[in-house]
Design a protein around this ligand. Structure first.
Ligand SMILES: C[S@@+](CC[C@H](N)C(=O)[O-])C[C@H]1O[C@@H](n2cnc3c(N)ncnc32)[C@H](O)[C@@H]1O
Length: 312
């Protein structure tokens, strides 16, 4: 795995279970359940809904009279936020009425975007229970429950029948999943023949140690960043035809430079931003993420693949 990093000797305590794991053991011995427990813990805050409502008020919004776009600064938890989702959407062959599966749906921003701006019926699935609770609460506030629903569960074993969805999306989730071949086989299972699978993940662009924490992982052991070539090979082996791939590294560097130019020397974050969803040490995670991209180690990449027209 090209995302391999030195195995740290850190031990840390699980907030909810009180269990401990010795990360110095080889990662091959760490089960999917253990990885998923730690991934969900990384994202869990316990107070996220309240923090979002407070941030909205501080930004001058009324949480009882929200427009879905009011949430865009906080509910699109991936590089480039809403503009990245909107730029990627035209590649996904979206049409009103189709059923879209948002895998690793976070607090639901992309799911609500695809419903509102492309007329899709959307199902989101996410590992992190608090994110599902917050997704549902925000969707209720916006009166969008008829178009968007959320289920708690693992992308590696989804509670959906075969050939259910026209399109599946995976936005900044693959970095948390070691078993990508199993993930892609599961996505192929739930997609209809000819269905489209859109991936927008941070991908490995050069060898070297990443600096942690980053927005998707506190420690290297829950980060599984792979090269675009590995994604494409595994997708092809799962029966997909890769029809598009693009590194968004230049866009990412441009946006970093624009941020610096707009606020020279400033480290202050606005009240309403993705740092609210990112939780503890958000500023450090964002600074490390920027440094990892500027050093050429990782960059956001888009990949679009098509499931075979005839099922086997
Ligand atoms: C960086 S967030 C991205 C959220 C959302 N896609 C977005 O762009 O706003 C990553 C999400 O992936 C979810 N996730 C990670 N591993 C998962 C898995 N194995 N199954 C389902 N969800 C997973 C996390 O719980 C988290 O909500």
């Amino acid at each position: 795995m090209s995302g391999n990093l030195p195995v740290a000797t850190a031990r840390f305590r699980l907030g909810t279970s009180g269990d401990t794991i010795d990360w110095s053991r080889p990662r091959a011995g760490v089960s999917i359940v253990t990885i998923e427990t730690h991934v969900a813990e990384h994202y869990t805050q316990g107070t996220l809904e309240q923090r979002i409502l407070t941030a909205l008020r501080e930004a001058g919004k009324d949480p009882d009279r929200l427009d879905p776009d009011d949430l865009a600064p906080v509910d699109e938890f991936h590089h480039g936020g809403r503009s990245a989702t909107a730029a990627f959407a035209p590649r996904l062959k979206l049409r009103p009425g189709i059923h879209l599966l948002e895998i690793g749906s976070g607090i639901g921003g992309p799911a609500r975007y695809f419903a509102r701006y492309h007329g899709c019926r959307v199902t989101g699935i996410d590992l992190t229970e608090e994110f599902i609770v917050v997704s549902r609460a925000l969707t209720r506030r916006l009166g969008m429950e008829g178009q968007v629903r959320f289920e708690q569960g693992s992308a590696l074993s989804m509670p959906f029948s075969a050939a259910t969805f026209n399109v599946a999306t995976l936005l900044h989730v693959g970095m948390n999943i070691a078993e990508k071949a199993r993930l892609f086989a599961e996505v192929r299972r739930v997609l209809k023949p000819g269905g489209i699978f859109g991936i927008y993940d941070q991908m490995r662009e050069a060898d070297g140690d990443l600096t942690f924490p980053v927005p998707w992982a506190s420690v290297p052991q829950t980060s599984f960043v792979e090269t675009p070539a590995t994604y494409k090979r595994l997708l092809t082996e799962s029966g997909f035809e890769v029809i598009w791939q693009r590194s968004c590294r230049e866009d990412a560097l441009t946006s970093f430079n624009q941020q610096t130019a707009a606020k020279p020397g400033s480290t202050a974050l606005p009240p309403l931003g993705v740092q609210v969803t990112m939780g503890l040490s958000a500023a450090e995670k964002m600074a490390n993420h920027r440094s990892n991209i500027e050093r050429g180690l990782v960059a956001p990449n888009e990949i679009v693949a098509r499931a075979p027209v005839f099922s086997i």
